[in-house]
Design a protein around this ligand. Structure first.
Ligand SMILES: [Zn+2]
Length: 329
């Protein structure tokens, strides 16, 4: 009995290709997302709702992965939902001698295929205007799962081809003797550029600010620059911030990151703040407030003179607006 597991980020095509391929090969097929919903008898949204940390989400997934592997009786293909912590499923792969294939495609090709589902897993058809946003998310996910998927032996490069074409080629590969696999899996590899660290721009900006900013308390600045290794430290905080966004957790962002790292609260605040300042500087944060002067609906959040202070600027008439909290005296 052979078990093939198709890995890859969301929307790369695991389910479609996996189903086609298993039909042709006459193998059993499991879609892990479907199995997860069946196992917990709920929608994915509800299942992950209480998962404050990516680890708890992964644990739920790994349990179902184990459950699927356990019930395999003959040759099988499994479309595996992305899990971040390799250590959670490493032993499963080994114990069941799973043949792992990572499906890869360029961020641009994947972003074109992204669709969203609502809380009942009904598909919400995506519009082209959201492509850019999708592309940013896809790049982030590729980067995030890069180290996890690096452990998987075989890489299949989709190169924007249709699921049918990919299933055709995978069928040929699976039927061939494994001694030829090394060469067969190489096709289309050259098109692939490594995905850059999405934090690079923030990190450089934050480092400059920490080093030059007078508003950063001196002891923090020296601690940040000194023993911690500034770049890695910032990256870890930003990574946990993204994980917090991703988990849909209701826990406070700062509390979440504090729990995941051992850094001082003030330092985490400074890093998050400077990351936000970068976005404010580049007009990346617009807020749903109408301009009080001209009524224009696009208003940007801007950094104020004092640390942690903000104001709004209308995109059209450039009027500055300050938010005043009446209760705070
Ligand atoms: Zn205005």
């Amino acid at each position: 009995m052979k078990i093939y597991a198709l890995f890859g980020i969301t929307c790369v095509g695991k389910s479609t290709i996996g189903k086609l391929l298993s039909d042709r090969m006459g193998y059993d097929y499991y879609d892990m997302d479907d199995e997860i919903q069946e196992y917990y008898n709920d929608t994915l949204d509800n299942i992950y709702k209480d998962c404050c940390f990516p680890m708890s989400r992964d644990e739920k997934q790994a349990k179902v992965f184990s459950h699927i592997l356990h019930k395999c009786k003959r040759d099988t293909i499994i479309a595996v939902s992305p899990m971040y912590y390799y250590k959670l499923f490493r032993n499963l792969l080994k114990n069941y001698s799973v043949i792992c294939i990572e499906l890869k495609d360029t961020p641009e090709n994947i972003a074109k295929r992204v669709i969203f589902t609502d809380e009942n897993d009904e598909i919400i058809v995506d519009d082209i205007g959201e492509y850019k946003e999708n592309l940013r998310d896809v790049k982030y996910f590729i980067f995030r799962y890069k180290n996890t998927f690096a452990h998987l032996e075989w890489k299949f490069y989709i190169g924007g081809r249709s699921a049918l074409d990919c299933a055709d080629e995978l069928e040929i590969i699976l039927k061939a003797s494994p001694e030829f696999w090394q060469d067969m899996f190489k096709r289309n590899k050259d098109e692939y550029m490594p995905v850059e660290n999405p934090y690079e721009k923030y990190i450089n900006y934050i480092i400059r600010r920490v080093q030059s900013e007078k508003s950063v308390p001196a002891y923090l600045a020296s601690e940040l620059e000194g023993k911690l290794g500034l770049k890695g430290f910032i990256e870890e905080i930003l990574d946990n911030q993204m994980a917090w966004f991703e988990s849909g957790s209701e826990a406070d962002e700062l509390t979440y990151i504090l729990q995941k790292t051992s850094y001082k609260e003030e330092m985490i605040e400074i890093v998050l703040w400077f990351a936000e300042c970068y976005q404010m500087k580049n007009n990346e944060i617009s807020v749903y407030v109408d301009c009080l002067k001209c009524g224009y609906e696009k208003v940007f959040l801007k950094e104020g003179k004092e640390l942690f202070m903000t104001y709004f600027v209308c995109e059209k008439c450039k009027t500055k607006m300050v938010e005043v909290y009446k209760d705070e005296q």
